[in-house]
Design a protein around this ligand. Structure first.
Ligand code: SF4
Length: 314
């Protein structure tokens, strides 16, 4: 059946717009992060090691070369039967500026890096991941301009939780109010916003996740991305986990909470992601996060049994 049966997915939304699958190509555009360089903080968020973001994090390749490599990788996957679009000339991709804080630089630098990505004929959209406190109006206007030119554009804002005490504990360097203000500015300008949430942060439980969702929905959002907390090598949390001080969310808890969140989400909101997996040895724990399909299967089972997106609202 697949998650599309129960959820308004990003994949289905892109297919509806473009008539075919549209894959994201992740790009490391060599930005940095104000929560690491001392501008806002040092050491970064306690769960973060940017080397774990994607294949491309830390690469020496330029943006055009990363796109070319990403396309080859996708075509390779298709050749192995993992995709269904066999005509490479018609492939369509979203350039996903994922690593670090992808709006954190001089305006001219940002523009030149986004422009380099969209000049590739197969790129039909941009997804720009960043922190809520790093999105000046000029950047919003720039992204709106790309959108007006026909590109599929998303501003992806890392919130992780709406609980300010947890945000402080994980050293995010911003609170919920910064997120709310940036979402409102971006959406008022006509830009689509995807909020990133993490389940399993220290001290949080199912009630916190539902409160976070309620606050995010109350502010307004166009898309959501949910991840389980996983411990990555080199992060501050890895030390806490190694000394037995960091409990982790189980697969059963995760599937239950994601299912409840999806059922409490209005149908028009697009789910970009409902789980994430990561490869060892970078990913240390929990073990189930190293298996690509475990969470997807458990979430689909939950949705089949108890109802899909918006079911709790009717
Ligand atoms: S998660 Fe994002 S904001 Fe936090 S330290 Fe890593 S790159 Fe910076």
């Amino acid at each position: 059946m697949g998650l599309d049966t129960y959820i308004n997915t990003y994949g289905a939304a892109c297919k509806a717009r473009f008539g075919q699958k549209v894959k994201k190509l992740t790009i490391d555009a060599k930005f940095t992060c104000p929560n690491r360089d001392g501008t806002l903080g040092k050491g970064g968020c306690t769960f973060c090691n940017v080397s774990s973001f994607s294949h491309e994090a830390g690469t020496d390749l330029g943006i055009s070369e990363q796109i070319a490599e990403g396309k080859l990788r996708q075509r390779d996957r298709q050749a192995k039967g993992l995709g269904n679009n066999k005509d490479a000339a018609n492939d369509k991709y979203i350039a996903y500026f994922q690593a670090y804080t992808s709006t954190y630089d001089e305006f001219a630098v940002l523009k030149s890096r986004y422009d380099e990505a969209i000049k590739d004929e197969h790129i039909v959209g941009l997804a720009v991941g960043t922190r809520p406190d790093c999105v000046p109006d000029a950047v919003i206007d720039l992204l709106v301009d790309y959108q007006a030119r026909g590109l599929e554009v998303w501003l992806e804002l890392g919130l992780q939780t709406a609980n300010d005490a947890t945000l402080k504990r994980i050293n995010r360097g911003h609170g919920f109010s910064e997120y709310a203000q940036t979402v409102t500015r971006a959406r008022n300008a006509g830009l689509k916003v995807c909020g990133h949430l993490i389940l399993g942060l220290p001290g949080e439980s199912h009630q916190d996740y539902m409160q976070t969702l309620a606050k995010v929905l109350a502010v307004g959002v166009d898309g959501l991305k949910i991840h389980p907390l996983h411990i990555v090598e080199g992060s501050t949390m890895a030390k806490a986990w190694r000394s037995g001080k960091q409990e982790l969310i189980s697969l059963e808890e995760y599937a239950y909470s994601v299912g409840e969140m999806i059922r409490a989400t209005p149908p028009q909101i697009i789910y970009h992601r409902v789980s994430a997996y990561a490869q060892r040895p970078m990913m240390l724990a929990p073990d189930w996060c190293s298996r690509r399909w475990d969470a997807m299967v458990a979430i689909e089972d939950n949705l089949r049994a108890y109802g899909g997106q918006g079911a709790a609202l009717s």
